[in-house]
Design a protein around this ligand. Sequence first.
Ligand code: UTP
Length: 410
Amino acid sequence: MIDRDKAFHILSQYGQEHILNYYDELSDDEKKELLGQIEITDFSVLDNLDAEKNSNSVRGVFAPLGAVTTKDIAAESDKYIGIGLDAIKERKVAAVLLAGGQGTRLGFDKPKGMFNIGVNKELYIFQCLINNLMDVVKLAGAWVPLYIMTSEKNNKETIEFFEVKDYFGYDRRYVKFFIQDMAPSVDYKGKILMESRSRISLSPNGNGGWFSSLVRAGLLDEIKEHGVQWINVFAVDNVLQRIADPGFVGAVIRSGLQSGGKVVSKASPEERVGVLCLEDGKPSIVEYYEMTEEMRTLLDKDGELAYKYGVILNYLFNVDKLEEICDRKMPVHVVEKKIPYMNDEGKLIKPESPNGHKFETLVLDMVHMQDSCLAYEVEREKEFAPVKNAVGVDSVDSARALLKANGIDI
Ligand code: UTP
C-alpha cells in the first residue's frame, strides 16, 4: 500500500491535499483505510470539472431517427413475439438490472428496489420487476438469467432482501449480483468531500460501467458459456418495466440492427426526456437540455415532432459488440446531487438540497458506440411508470396510479 508521502503527492496533483488534514490524529487502522481509498480512487475524473477537458461537452451533428411504431408493432406482433420467445427458450437472452444508484431524489434510505409501492398490501419495487419478468418466463417456459448490479453502498442490503423474500418466487439459481465502481464526490469548489476523517465520500460512478463491472466480476464467462447473445439492460425504478420483452427482442433480431432501445412518444416538445436520434450518423441520445428550441419543435413531413422518441432506460445490446467496446473510455458526466459530508466540526451532514457534484458514466452513451439501434415504440401508460421523486412528476403517487390503471393490485 502507498505511504503518506506518496498519497500527498497524488493528492497535490489534483489540489486535494485537505484529505490528509486529520491524518496524524487517525488510528493505524484508520490511516490504512484512508491510504487504501486514496490508492484505488481514480482522481482523473476531477478533470471533467474543467469544461474544456470534459469529453462529452463536444457533440456532433444531430439528425432525427425514426422508430418502429406501436402501429407497426401491432401489425407484426405475432412474428416478433415468436422470434423473441424462441431466443429466450434457446437461452440467448439475459437481463441486467441496474440497481446501484442511490435514489437521492426519492429520499428513501434503503436500496430503491426495497421501496414498498403497495397501498393495501406489500408490493416492493423489486417485486414488481420480478413479477413482470415472470410473465415472460411463464410464456417462454424458460428462466431468463438476471444479473443485478448493486454498489458497495447497497449490495449487502439488496442481497439480504432478496434472500428474505425468497427471490419473490424467481429461481435463485438464475439470479447473480455484481458490484459497480465508485467515484469521489466534490463540493461546488471542486474539493473532494469527506464522509469521516478517514473516509473520502465515494458514490457509485453511474450506470455506464455496468458491462465492465460485470466482466470484472467474472460473469461474462458464464454468459458466453451459456450462449447468451443479447442483454436487456433496464432501470430499477420503472415499476411497469417489461423485461426481456419477447416482442422487443424479436423486433431487434429481425431488424438485423446491432442494438435496440425502447422509446415512448414525447408528450410535448418541452418534456424533459433524452431523445433517441442520430449523431454524426450513429445512434445517440440527445438530452433535453442539449436540444435547441429548433430541434425540440421541428416537425417531420407528417407534422409529427421529428425528435419524438424519448428513451426509458430499457436497451437491448449484443454481447459480441459489448465485448468489442468494453475497453473504450466512456464520457464522464458531472451531475449535481445531495451528498452527505463531514463538516468542519467533524459531524456528518445529510443535506436537504444539492451541495456538490458526482461523476457518472451513463449507459445511454453506450448507444452511441453501436453502429445501429432500433427505436422500438411502446405505450407510455403501459410500460413507463418511473419512481424518481417522492411527490409530483415521476413519483410514488404517479407510479401507483399507473399500476392501478394497468390492473395491478396494490
Ligand atoms: P438515476 O439516474 O435515476 O439515478 O438512475 P439514481 O442514483 O437512482 O437516483 P437519483 O438521481 O440519485 O435520485 C437510473 C438507473 O441507473 C441506476 C439506478 O439504480 C437506476 O436504475 N444507477 C444509477 C446505477 O445502477 N448506478 C449508478 O451509479 C447510478
